[in-house]
Ligand binder design. Sequence first.
Ligand code: UD1
Length: 333
Amino acid sequence: MAALLVTGGAGYVGSHTVRELLERDEHVVILDDLSAGHVVAAGGAEIVRADLAGPNIARSLDEVLGRESFDAVLHFGAKAYVGESVEDPEKYYRNNVGGGLELISAMVRHGVPALIFSSTCATYGNPERVPIAEDHPQRPINPYGRTKLVFEWALQDFEVARGIRHVNLRYFNACGAHERGDLGEDHRPENHLIPIACEAAMGKRAHLSIFGDDYDTPDGTCIRDYIHVQDLAVAHVQALEHLRGGGASASFNLGTGMGHSVLEVIDAVERVSGKEVPREVAPRRSGDPPRLVATSEKIRRVFGWEPRFPSLERIVETAWAFKEHFPDGYPND
Ligand code: UD1
């Protein structure tokens, strides 16, 4: 079987997908600069340490792709902080657009025919309709979302010109940890709701800031569609099978179709942990739409995808178990 290149395979969603692939006896080579990834999360797969936006990336990609036959790339390697993208758009365009382009060019040079892309609900911007379907207009409202959309466009254009087929997976709110408790979310700094709520419950933070409680939602806090990271990982495997089987390029939302408010998430963390989550109401965070919920009807229909972790309680249980396993994050690597 041909090999798979996984950019960002030591990161959060990448590492869970790598585990899923290794369990299916796939031959995986990870390309990661380890700026956000962790060696221990890579499951023993080979890691080629390279920065997609670095000066030597074309040579690194040529070395890897030139040494054996690859039939697909899973492209997770990207910068993914919305706030940082507003402050430092250059970093986002260089990595997510420039780095992505280096990757596509190398695929063209080495005849790699297929790519699975970690896209995002942030490409939709402020939704006109909820739940959001794949044909909803894509009008991102921050540089992060714009760089992800530009890469979706690049993939469309390179399919026409060079025949590279692709699947865009537009994640809603990736969360949770592997059910075995040894893989999970370790961003530094952490800015995602569930791990922050867990850290507040553990006493590792003085409190959690609720970014706005005066939205036009039932309890006044923002609603998101939280999707478990293993359910994301399985969708990547299904997308890979689809492309290997000659399937056409396509885009799919990845969410459960259920929305949960910030307060509901906090309640779930309190129930699961048996501890209080100290919280304070803070001003709204700029660029936060009140309600983002997917319809995932398309991926269910086309791939037969079905979330194994649809309940928020179960998702939080896995996140909490990982935090208990590694209270200070992954051991140094
Ligand atoms: C965002 C992006 C998503 C992207 C992800 C990557 C949007 C709309 N969504 O998710 O596409 O893949 O970042 O980083 O741009 N919250 C608090 N207090 C906190 C932290 C969060 O109240 O300390 C709230 C937020 O306001 C939000 C919810 O919790 O309503 C989830 O926030 P977060 O986990 O940061 O994810 P998003 O911003 O929704």
